[in-house]
Design a protein around this ligand. Structure first.
Ligand SMILES: [Zn+2]
Length: 258
């Protein structure tokens, strides 16, 4: 059952039941944003109302939704500005449509141009349809593949530290096994084969002698069997990760839009 729609009162315009929009997410990441909206009460006075919209992280086969309502924001009423008076603040209606598109842009921001972003969309009705869930999953699949490719690129260029929790979650969402999905907090220690100092197991480069371990193993003709990260790295280079996973920047698949 959906939450009851709030009643909104506009001075001079009466009151009505706020319309709502449902935003759907299939992403394994949680999104939230605050909106400064005001509510006008029965006596005509207004009060600030901070609304926080939250889209919970979706499980691999599931989805989450949030309902976004019509609201209003206090703005300067220009008609009340005179030479002597700096003007009154008055409520301006903001439709659920406006806030829903803004919230989707917030969730997908920064990645829209390249992939369409995470699978977060505005639904046509109150509840998401099977077609809308399918469409969000299609959009999200493109995005998650992009993130996995990005993780591969960072891994193969030695930038392990730039691989984030989001990279790992998107790999999990796709159900793909990636060598760089090593939990840093669980990381154990290994010995640098060049200088014998203790370094973190996921490291590909020694922070003491700066040796790039895969190069060292290859040049010294050492067997990387006991260093899982070096072994994965060399295997990926050898097999050519480009053949398996298109690099970011190359068109992967266009998100399907209906
Ligand atoms: Zn070293």
């Amino acid at each position: 059952m959906s939450a009851p729609s709030p009643t909104i009162h506009y001075p001079g315009r009466g009151s009505f039941t706020a319309a709502s929009r449902t935003v759907l997410s299939v992403s394994p990441i949680e999104y939230r944003k605050n909106y400064n909206r005001t509510a006008t009460q029965e006596d005509g006075s207004t009060r600030a109302a901070n609304v926080e919209y939250v889209l919970r992280a979706a499980t691999r086969d599931g989805y989450s939704t949030v309902k976004i309502f019509d609201g209003q924001q206090m703005i300067l009423d220009r008609s009340s500005v005179t030479d002597e008076h700096q003007g009154n603040m008055g409520p301006m209606p903001i439709t659920a449509d406006q806030d829903a598109s803004d919230f989707v842009a917030h969730c997908t921001g920064g990645t829209v141009m390249r992939t369409g972003g995470p699978g977060v969309i505005v639904c046509a009705g109150d509840e998401p349809t099977d077609a809308e869930i399918k469409k969000a999953r299609e959009i999200h699949t493109v995005y998650a593949r992009f993130m996995v490719n990005d993780g591969h690129t960072k891994f193969s260029s030695g930038n392990f530290k730039e691989i984030t929790e989001e990279h790992r979650r998107q790999a999990d969402w796709l159900g793909v096994n990636v060598p760089w999905r090593v939990e840093l907090e669980q990381a154990s220690v290994k010995k640098c084969p060049a200088c014998a100092e203790s370094i973190l197991s996921p490291a590909l480069q020694c922070k003491f002698c700066q040796t790039f371990l895969p190069d060292f193993y290859v040049k010294a003709r050492l067997n990387p069997e006991d260093d899982a990260m070096v072994k994965h790295y060399l295997a990926m280079k050898g097999e050519g990760i480009k053949a398996q996973h298109p690099m970011p920047g190359t068109p992967v698949e266009a998100p399907i839009r209906k």
